[in-house]
Each structure stands twice: as structure tokens, then as C-alpha cells.
Design a binder for this molecule. Structure first.
Ligand SMILES: Nc1nc2c(c(=O)[nH]1)N[C@H]1C(S)=C(S)[C@@H](COP(=O)(O)OP(=O)(O)OC[C@H]3O[C@@H](n4cnc5c(=O)[nH]c(N)nc54)[C@H](O)[C@@H]3O)O[C@H]1N2
Ligand SMILES: Nc1nc2c(c(=O)[nH]1)N[C@H]1C(S)=C(S)[C@@H](COP(=O)(O)OP(=O)(O)OC[C@H]3O[C@@H](n4cnc5c(=O)[nH]c(N)nc54)[C@H](O)[C@@H]3O)O[C@H]1N2
Ligand code: SF4
Ligand SMILES: [Mo]
Length: 693
């Protein structure tokens, strides 16, 4: 007789930002199947391939299962298994020693995409240790949207897919593949089925582009110009919300005259889009109230991120779509412990002045160190030396622009500890590698601190391997040893209970509820004003001048370089999360190799056929990927895969992370001033056929 499967409810995590309610089937203490939960608040039964296969990573034979201590030269791949006590002792000895010699700020605490409570626990560890330096990937991921929003209208305006919109404008965002920040595409798809009009700005003919009433196939990197052209049309054609603009904004007149220079006819050549299409889509967005802008990564992975995100907030504002149901809203958090009391920035009162990036004049309210500035501190000791790093949930050799520079920085550090589930190229550079427990193996709170007004229960389903610890436990234990123990919790469970305390729910009760959502109230500004100095929306952001930034969004074009006539860009793979999980067989079978998409005309010119190896070069570096010829992209665009390394090869072997790594072609020589953002999308490049090895 077949064994009975027991189904347990939890939420998916760590395969993207997480969010889907799922049913996890266990048999004899082992997860055997995963499916979408029809009651899932955000997904209503949907579950993607990554989610369905997520449990397989728990049972991978190559998973890290014991703490390791380096015995050979850095990066040589020679390790000695050690106990947790020894691993933690070595970390504490080194970090304390470096703090004593160079000060607490010479230790950096690094995290990639936030996966759960571990991100905020790490920030708390940095602060209780005394360091202002939390290094994250926010310069290319969400900070441009969030911080531009905070300065312009006092909040981070997120697309509200929970209420019907007349129009949804997806701008450099591809929810069916990425479910960006847990905005699971199910709610969006439901609206489209019910008649919401879709506009898509994407250089690639995605599924959403196919569903769109207007698809603007933009030349990568020109989004600011297009957003300004939308503003031009909406203002010139008098389609803006007069009442809102008059009562609630500053600087409209200046914006109006500023946008005159951005007529669709003037930007059409820059963006590669028919001016009539620009006009019609701008009208459609302006007339379709309420309308939501789903803004994605593409607008912030460019040195123009400040101007692009500012222009898009201005669009929401002038069309009266701010904080209305079905528009771009200020989502209120449920009653759980606030971020500030949890992360304890109060313990580093000089943080704002002392953070590495303060020296480089980034915009106020950017609270994590951009990766470029972190490496300057390590390699040039500017503004002061950084000597050690603790890294969790991150693989900087793959994720940071200029992988070569990252390698130099990791080599230079006096001490590096990395927590991961697999021996990555970055972990291979560490002094201590810690084996993390992962999804399903511990209780966690999802979506905390992300600004979407919800938290999700992630109930533990199975025991982790004996020697794998959840990051929140590692941090809690390091906290007790490295900082004043009174800041820390009896165990990680007590940490979660403390976060939930204001809700008056225990973790078990929270799990039974599944999620908590903040109160839904809209147009909060009508009673309190906007949370800006003037209490109005700052269309013209006067203060920006002081920060060396433009008070009105701008676009200036770079002279083309005839040696690099094509434009390199990327999109997230639906099968992987950044550089992670290429070692999971079922996902790897779906996408075995790094594919770069080339338009038929471009491929023909270069003599490249389907499946050929292609060398892609920018001024800064090169990589090899496999050609896929498709007319889904513009002829001048090369849409390459990002995050590729080869876990089946020895990760200490250079070739593995160099060969097809997109970030070998990016650089940090020119950065956006506001956020220290490098350009990752829209880079001049060239291609040629590479003979097979
Ligand atoms: N499957 C999967 N899901 C993920 C992730 C993952 O790695 N894999 N990562 C997660 C993370 S951390 C994030 S931040 C989100 C990101 O999620 P998204 O914001 O959706 O990010 P991308 O896929 O990078 O880019 C979105 C779209 O931008 C298009 N694009 C490329 N260049 C340009 C350009 O210059 N202008 C415009 N307008 N569009 C352009 C791409 O074709 C793509 O369709 O996804 C999350 N979800
Ligand atoms: N060129 C280019 N560069 C980019 C981007 C791009 O689109 N193009 N996207 C950027 C964006 S949006 C982001 S968010 C960053 C992402 O940057 P990262 O978050 O650093 O990227 P990942 O490759 O997902 O690395 C995460 C690591 O966490 C590990 N991991 C998974 N689960 C756990 C766990 O439970 N505990 C621990 N300790 N480790 C775990 C994985 O094995 C993996 O090695 O990259 C950025 N870099
Ligand atoms: S869309 Fe994201 S949250 Fe949903 S199942 Fe897939 S990986 Fe998990
Ligand atoms: Mo991200």
C-alpha cells in the first residue's frame, strides 16, 4: 500500500522573494511533493516550477553539511570540517580582533536578496557590534524605487494588485517569471482576465508583452527618456489630474516647462519607439484611472536610476494614482514589531556619517552600502579600511558588477566568513564556511520589512541535517558572543515571538492565520499631508541640488561607441534565483546552459547559428554563452543569461565563475551618484562566434 502523504500549509520562500501559499506533502519525515494552496492569499493555488521542486535542494548530496575551516591558501579549496563551537570561536576571535585594531566599522556585514528574518537579524548584529556597514544589493534592487519615493512623496509607492485597476503599466518588470517582491502574478493575471488594460515597456516580447494593448519595445537604458516623454504628453495634452496637482504638489510649473524638451518625436530615436505609440500609451495610462505602475529591476540597474525612478513617481503623481486603490499605494504594515526597534540603528548614532557610502555622497536615506563602495573600502581603504566581512545568503562573485574586482576584494580581506547552503565561488574564498539550514527547515516570518504591508507565516516542516543551522540561529549565537548578550534572544524562536508580540499572536497562532495584513486605508495624505518637509509631493525636489542631483528628472544620452554597436541586457531566469540552484538537477534540466538571445538579423550578420558558442564582449570584459536566435528581441539587443557558474565543476577553479558570468562584462568605473548604482542593463557590446572548445 502506498504510504500516506501528510499535507502541511506554509509559504514558499528562498526560490525568489517568496509569497505563494503552498501545501507541502511529507512522508516518513521527508518532503515528497509540493503544490500550490488554493487558499494562498497571494497566489490562489498557483505554484511555479521552482516552488514545486524546492524541496529537492534539501536532499542534494553536495549540500554543505558541516562547518568548514580553510587550511590551504585562500580560494585553494582545502578545508577541514570543524565543530560549530570552533567555527563560531574563530569568527568571534577574528571579528573582535579586527574591531579592536581598526574599529567596528572595518567589519562589513553582507547580504544578498533578503530571504526572511535573517536579513534584519544581520542588520541588528552589525549595529550591536557597532558597525554602520551593512552591504547589500539594494543599489541595483529596490533602493532606487524606495528612496526616490521617500524623497518625492514620503513613501515607497507599490503597485496595488489587490484592487482593480483600469490600466496596469509594467515598466521593466516581468511578474510571471519573477513574482517581484512577492507580488505573485496571479492577482495581476486575474485583473487582465477581467478586462484591465495592459501596457508593457520591455525590450523583449515577453508573455506580458503579448497580452498588452500597448507594447513599447524600448532600447535598453533609455527608460528615463521614455518616462519624460509620457510626462510631456500627459501635461501638454492636459490629461493630468488638475485637482490633485494643484492641492498636493510642489513644482508642477517647473516640471511642465522642463518636459517640453521631451516630446515623443524627440525621444523616439533614442528609445527606438514610434512617437505615436508613445503618445497613445501615455494617453491610455493617463485616462485609465486608477492605474498602477508595476516598476521593476530594469529601471534601477542603470546609472540613470535616480532620474528614471523620479520620473515614474512623477507620472503616478500627476495622474492622481498615488495611494488610491488600484494605483501605487503606501501599504501599512500589520501590527508587528517595527523595523527601527528591531534593527537597533540607535546603537550606532553616527551611522549616517560613518557608513562607507556617506563618503561618496550618495542620497540621504540609502541605508545599505553599495557593493562598489564596499570594494573601494576593502581595496583602496577609502574612506577607511574594511578588513573583514560576514556574508550570508549572497554570492557576490556572481551578483556584483565587475566580478574581477570582487575577486580582488575577497582575496584582500583579512577575514571572511560565509554562510550558504552550497559551496559557491564566493564561499570558496572564505576562511570559515557555515552550512545553513534553509527553506522548510525552520520557522520564519516572510515579507517583513519589504513595504508591501503583509507578513507571511513560514512554518517549519522538517528537521534540517544535524549540523545545518538557520541563519537566524547563527546570528543570534554570534550576537551573544560578539556583542552585549542582552541584545539577543534565548533562541531564534524567541526572536520571532518578539517580532510578533504587538500582534498578540504566538508563532503557532500566526501559522494558523497564515498571514497578517496592515489596515487598508487610502489617500492618507488627506488627513496628515505627505511625509515630506512641505507635506506635499515634491515634483521639483529642490533639496536634490544640495546632493549633487537634478531636482527634475533628466535624460542625457551618451555618444555611441562604434566598436560596441550592440546593447547587452538581461532578464531573470524563471528557473533559477540569480546564481543559485543550478546544482538542482530538475531545474538544471529545464535550462542546462547559459543562453544568450540574438535577433536573426544580428546573428546572420555575425555568422552565428542556433546553439553556437558566442563570445560577448564589452569594453570591460568578455564571456561565452550559447546562442538562441529569436525575433523576440530588438536587432541591436543581446539578451544574455545572468548568474551562471558551473557547480558541477570545482568551485575553487577560476574558469567556473569566469566563463559565462555576466558580471565579468559590467564595471563600476561610472556609478549613479544617488545610489552608487552601476549599469547592468543596456551596456554597449559586440559579439562573435566562438569556436567550440
Ligand atoms: N525566477 C526568478 N525570480 C526572481 C529572481 C530571479 O533571479 N529569478 N530574482 C528576484 C529579485 S531579487 C528581483 S529584484 C526581482 C526582479 O524582477 P523584475 O523586476 O521582473 O526583473 P528582471 O527580470 O531583471 O527584469 C524585468 C524585465 O525587464 C526587461 N528589461 C531588460 N532591460 C531593460 C531595459 O533597459 N528597460 C526596460 N524597460 N526593460 C528592460 C527584461 O526583458 C525583463 O522582462 O525578481 C525576483 N524574482
Ligand atoms: N548583472 C546583473 N547583476 C545583478 C542582477 C542582474 O539582474 N544583473 N540582479 C541584482 C539583484 S536584483 C540582486 S537581488 C542581486 C542578488 O544577489 P545575491 O542575493 O547575492 O544572489 P544569489 O546568487 O541568489 O545568492 C544567494 C546565495 O544564497 C544562498 N542561499 C539560499 N538559501 C539560503 C539560506 O537559507 N541561507 C544562506 N545562508 N544562504 C542561502 C544561495 O545558495 C546563493 O549562493 O544580484 C544583483 N546583480
Ligand atoms: S512564484 Fe515564487 S513564491 Fe511562488 S512558488 Fe514560485 S518561487 Fe515560490
Ligand atoms: Mo533583487
Amino acid at each position: 500500500m502506498a504510504e500516506k502523504i501528510e499535507w502541511i500549509k506554509t509559504h514558499c520562500s528562498r526560490m525568489d522573494h517568496g509569497g505563494c501559499g503552498i501545501l507541502v506533502g511529507i512522508c516518513n519525515g521527508r518532503i515528497v511533493e509540493i503544490k500550490g494552496d488554493a487558499d494562498g492569499f497571494l497566489n490562489q493555488g498557483y505554484c511555479c516550477a521552482k516552488g514545486r521542486h524546492a524541496h529537492e535542494k534539501l536532499y542534494d548530496s553536495n549540500r554543505l553539511k558541516t562547518p568548514l575551516r580553510r587550511i590551504g591558501a585562500r580560494g585553494d579549496g582545502q578545508w577541514k570540517p570543524v565543530s560549530w563551537v570552533e567555527a563560531l570561536d574563530v569568527i568571534c576571535e577574528n571579528l573582535s580582533g579586527i574591531r579592536q585594531k581598526h574599529g567596528a566599522k572595518s567589519v562589513a556585514f553582507c547580504q544578498g536578496m533578503p530571504k526572511g528574518m535573517e536579513h534584519f537579524a544581520l542588520i541588528r548584529l552589525a549595529h550591536t557590534f557597532g558597525s554602520p556597514n551593512i552591504v547589500a544589493v539594494q543599489d541595483v534592487c529596490h533602493a532606487p524605487r524606495e528612496v526616490s519615493g521617500l524623497h518625492t512623496c514620503g513613501f515607497y509607492p507599490v503597485a496595488d494588485y489587490h484592487h482593480p485597476s483600469q490600466v496596469i503599466l509594467l515598466w521593466g518588470s516581468n511578474p510571471p517569471d519573477t513574482n517581484e517582491e512577492g507580488e505573485i502574478s496571479s492577482l495581476l493575471m486575474k485583473q487582465l482576465r477581467e478586462g484591465t488594460t495592459l501596457i508593457v515597456v520591455d525590450p523583449r516580447r515577453t508573455l506580458m508583452a503579448e497580452k498588452a494593448a500597448y507594447w513599447l519595445q524600448i532600447r535598453p537604458g533609455t527608460d528615463a527618456a521614455l518616462a519624460l516623454a509620457f510626462l510631456h504628453v500627459i501635461i501638454q495634452e492636459n490629461l493630468y489630474d488638475h485637482g490633485f496637482v494643484q492641492e498636493w504638489t510642489n513644482g508642477f510649473d517647473l516640471l511642465q516647462s522642463h518636459c517640453k524638451a521631451y516630446a515623443p518625436e524627440s525621444v523616439a530615436g533614442i528609445c527606438g519607439i514610434d512617437p505615436n505609440l508613445i503618445r497613445e500609451s501615455a494617453r491610455c495610462y493617463a485616462k485609465g484611472r486608477p492605474a498602477a505602475i508595476g516598476w521593476g529591476n530594469a529601471i534601477e540597474q542603470h546609472i540613470t536610476a535616480w532620474d528614471t525612478t523620479r520620473a515614474l513617481v512623477c507620472l503616478m503623481v500627476v495622474c492622481g494614482n498615488l495611494d488610491v486603490p488600484g494605483g501605487n499605494i503606501h501599504a501599512l504594515d500589520p501590527s508587528v514589531l517595527g523595523l527601527a526597534p528591531f534593527v537597533r540603528a540607535d546603537l550606532v548614532p553616527e551611522k549616517i556619517k560613518e557608513m562607507i557610502h556617506a563618503h561618496f555622497g550618495t542620497v540621504p536615506r540609502l541605508m545599505t552600502v553599495p557593493s562598489a563602495d564596499f570594494r573601494r573600502a576593502v581595496l583602496d581603504e577609502t574612506p577607511y579600511p574594511v578588513k573583514a566581512a560576514y556574508m550570508q545568503c549572497t554570492n557576490p562573485l556572481m551578483g556584483y558588477a565587475d566580478a574581477d574586482l570582487t575577486h580582488q576584494a575577497l582575496t584582500r580581506l583579512d577575514f571572511l566568513a560565509v554562510s550558504d547552503v552550497f559551496m559557491t565561488p564566493t564561499a570558496a574564498m572564505a576562511d570559515i564556511v557555515l552550512p545553513a539550514a534553509t527553506q522548510f527547515e525552520f520557522n520564519d516570518i516572510g515579507h517583513y520589512g519589504l513595504g508591501h504591508g503583509i507578513v507571511l507565516a513560514r512554518k517549519k516542516i522538517v528537521e534540517p541535517p544535524q549540523n545545518c543551522w538557520p541563519d537566524i540561529r547563527i546570528i543570534n549565537e554570534l550576537g551573544k558572543r560578539l556583542t552585549s548578550p542582552e541584545y539577543w534572544f534565548d533562541d531564534e524562536h524567541a526572536m520571532l515571538e518578539a517580532v510578533l508580540k504587538p500582534s498578540e499572536l504566538t508563532f503557532d497562532e500566526f501559522c494558523r492565520k497564515g498571514h497578517l495584513k496592515g489596515t487598508e486605508t487610502f489617500q492618507k495624505y488627506t488627513s496628515t499631508g505627505f511625509k515630506t518637509a512641505s507635506k506635499k509631493v515634491e515634483l521639483n525636489l529642490e533639496k536634490a541640488e544640495k546632493w549633487g542631483l537634478s531636482p527634475l528628472p533628466e535624460f542625457s544620452q551618451k555618444a555611441p561607441d562604434s566598436s560596441y554597436p550592440l546593447l547587452l541586457t538581461s532578464a531573470k531566469s524563471p528557473n533559477y534565483l540569480h546564481s543559485a540552484y543550478r546544482w538542482m538537477d530538475s531545474l538544471r534540466q529545464k535550462e542546462p546552459a547559459p543562453i544568450c538571445q540574438i535577433h536573426p538579423l544580428t546573428a546572420k550578420k555575425a555568422g552565428i547559428g542556433e546553439g553556437d558558442d558566442v563570445k560577448i564582449e564589452t569594453y570591460y570584459g568578455k564571456m561565452v554563452q550559447t546562442a538562441h536566435i529569436t525575433d523576440r528581441i530588438r536587432p541591436e539587443v543581446i539578451m544574455a543569461a545572468y548568474g551562471w557558474w558551473f557547480p558541477e565543476e570545482d568551485s575553487s577553479h577560476d574558469e567556473s565563475w569566469i566563463r559565462s558570468n555576466y558580471n565579468m562584462l559590467t564595471h563600476v568605473q561610472e556609478l549613479g551618484k544617488a545610489f552608487g548604482t552601476p549599469t547592468l542593463k543596456g551596456i554597449p557590446c559586440r559579439i562573435r562566434k566562438e569556436s567550440k572548445a
